[in-house]
Write a protein that binds this ligand. Structure first.
Ligand code: AMP
Length: 446
């Protein structure tokens, strides 16, 4: 140590902490979710099943934009609904337009039906869609701010068999996904009988106002049907005793409802009449329904899907008067959560059937064309051309869950052969290189 420092230790230059300069890190926006590669098999399975069943029931695909005019949802869904009051992601864009990230599919699909003159096609026009929706809800288990639905609409026909068909399609989809569901069904009447029922419901609730949750006190004034939709424990006893809409339906609505139930009986669909299924949106008329996993607590807010008839929406959005319609949507995340909870096996189409391993430069070169041949033959083949070490390649094959590995090494190149290794059994066989496609078909396609 030099003299100066000995005399005056405080003069020692402080250690400067060298902070590593890193770019700021970002996280998911609240309520959003990444769907990672490992989860894709669930999405492929659910969307694939729903799509093939939708097609076989005569629904065609429609894609509408995620962004629509805010007014479309305000008018369609209704001002006094949770979605419009509190949950829409709305903004004014650079051009001064009021836009909203769609919180549901129906309004956009109905806009497209009107805008493209689909009323000139044979009715009903049956369409399905799937994709993301946005609702600024309080995030919790099974509730996201970006959610995905698979949605069905049948527009332009009021026949009760279409309500039943919507429910039957849902039932078939859940069954084929391996989920046993129960349909909760109700009728919310139409413009003829609803005013009377609203009045009766309001009279019933008025005397209980003080004991209702804050939201329900508001609903009582603005949208009394929604009182039956309340999930707050405080309001449950009043809901249980409330007058039921089915007792106040006009003859047409009652007749419609009875026929829907008859069709469901015919199709052997399990359903429960549930006077509390009124749905959150203003546009529903007559039939409304929700799907729950069989045995699930209905108050758990765990509906897997739901929908109903909406006979006045087309007119309300500027279309032709008296264009009835019915639709429903399945909550994709909720369904996937249930498949996982129940440990249901889903096919994994991202898993390779064959992993192509190679050793030596000559083999590497030959494996490029072999890979392309196998791909064209329809096998799900993976490779790692950039690797030289055979053990490392087989480890990758193992990690990816490949059923078979092909090994092309120096010896095989000389002999005109290739090794086929069964990854599970750990046994391998030498086959003629020119017969590799036939041999793979034998092992994989049976
Ligand atoms: P709705 O459009 O509100 O009738 O919802 C139809 C289905 O979408 C529900 O039964 C749920 O399965 C699902 N769903 C609705 N809201 C959410 C959300 N915030 N997060 C996840 N799934 C949802």
């Amino acid at each position: 140590m030099n003299d100066m420092l000995k005399k005056n230790p405080s003069k020692v230059a402080p250690l400067v902490e060298v902070k590593e300069k890193r770019a700021p890190s970002y996280q998911l926006v609240r309520g959003m979710k990444d769907v990672l590669p490992a989860d894709q098999k669930y999405w492929d399975f659910v969307i694939g099943k729903a799509e093939s069943i939708a097609r076989s029931y005569g629904f065609s695909k429609i894609e509408t934009p995620i962004l629509e005019e805010t007014g479309l949802f305000v008018r369609g869904i209704g001002k006094q609904t949770d979605i419009v009051e509190k949950e829409m992601f709305s903004f004014v864009d650079q051009g001064g337009e009021n836009l909203t990230l769609r919180p549901e599919f129906t309004a956009g699909v109905v806009r497209a039906y009107i805008e493209h003159g689909m009323l000139n096609q044979p009715q009903p026009v049956k369409m399905y869609s799937h994709g993301p929706l946005f609702r600024h809800e309080r995030p919790q288990a099974g509730r996201y701010r970006q959610l995905h639905q698979f949605n069905f609409e049948a527009i332009g026909d009021g026949h009760p068999v279409l309500d039943a068909e919507a429910i039957i399609v849902g039932n078939v989809i859940f069954k084929e996904l391996g989920l046993k569901v129960n349909v909760q069904i109700n009728s919310v009447g139409d413009q003829n009988c609803r005013p009377k029922y609203k009045e009766i419901l309001t009279n019933y609730y008025r005397s209980k106002k003080k004991n209702l949750c804050e939201d329900c006190q508001m609903r009582l004034a603005k949208n009394p049907l929604r009182l039956l939709d309340c999930k707050n424990p405080q309001c449950q006893p009043f809901k249980a005793e409330a007058p039921q809409f089915v007792d106040w339906l006009c003859d047409d609505c009652k007749n419609h409802f009875m026929r829907v139930l008859e069709y469901l009986d015919e199709a052997e669909v399990l359903y429960n009449l549930n006077p509390q299924i009124v749905r959150g949106l203003d546009y529903y008329t007559r039939t409304s329904f929700e799907f729950f996993l069989d045995g699930e607590d209905l108050a758990s807010q765990a509906a897997l899907g739901g929908g109903g008839r909406y006979d006045t929406l087309v007119e309300q959005l500027g279309g032709r008067a008296a264009t009835p319609a019915v639709g429903w949507a399945m909550g994709v995340e909720r369904v996937i959560n249930k498949l996982k909870e129940k440990n249901l096996e889903v096919p994994d189409l991202s898993k390779p059937e064959v992993f192509l391993a190679q050793l030596g430069d000559q083999a590497k070169r030959k494996s490029l064309s072999l890979f392309e041949t196998l791909r064209r033959e329809g096998f799900r083949v993976y490779q790692s051309f950039s690797k030289d070490n055979l053990k490392a390649q087989l480890e990758i094959a193992n990690k990816l869950g490949a059923k078979l590995a092909l090994v092309l090494g120096q010896k095989e190149m000389i002999d005109g052969t290739i090794l086929i290794r069964d990854m599970d059994a750990g046994v391998q066989e030498v086959v003629d290189f020119n017969k590799v496609v036939v041999e793979l078909k034998k092992r994989l396609r049976g």
